[in-house]
Design a protein. Structure first.
Length: 105
């Protein structure tokens, strides 16, 4: 039997090379992480994408100010959540996804 993969994406908009996330209260994201943790414990594979909509952004730093979000994210990673960072860029005719956006927490 093939393992089901759940994908969650968080969009990032910034005008600097390094941005912090979250930058607003994240009750919904906290609730989502709680549910994703439950799914991880049930054996689902979960991929959590940070998607930059700006080619300027090179690094996303998980903000210490939102401790509950950061702690839940760390717990989910320990339970198997896979974090990936990508940048979307429009070249005039298509949208290109580039890997390599760094996530730091």
């Amino acid at each position: 039997m093939q393992q089901t993969t759940i994908i969650e994406a968080k969009s990032i908009i910034g005008v600097k090379r390094e941005v912090t996330f979250p930058n607003v209260p994240m009750e919904r994201a906290i609730h989502q992480l709680e549910k994703l943790g439950e799914l991880l414990n049930k054996g689902y594979r979960v991929q959590y994408y940070f998607v930059s909509l700006s080619p300027i952004v090179r690094k996303v730093i998980i903000d210490d100010y939102y401790k509950e979000y950061k702690e839940l994210l760390r717990t989910c990673v320990e339970e198997g959540l896979s974090i990936k960072g990508i940048t979307l860029q429009y070249n005039g005719s298509e949208i290109i996804a580039r890997e390599g956006l760094k996530i730091e927490f």
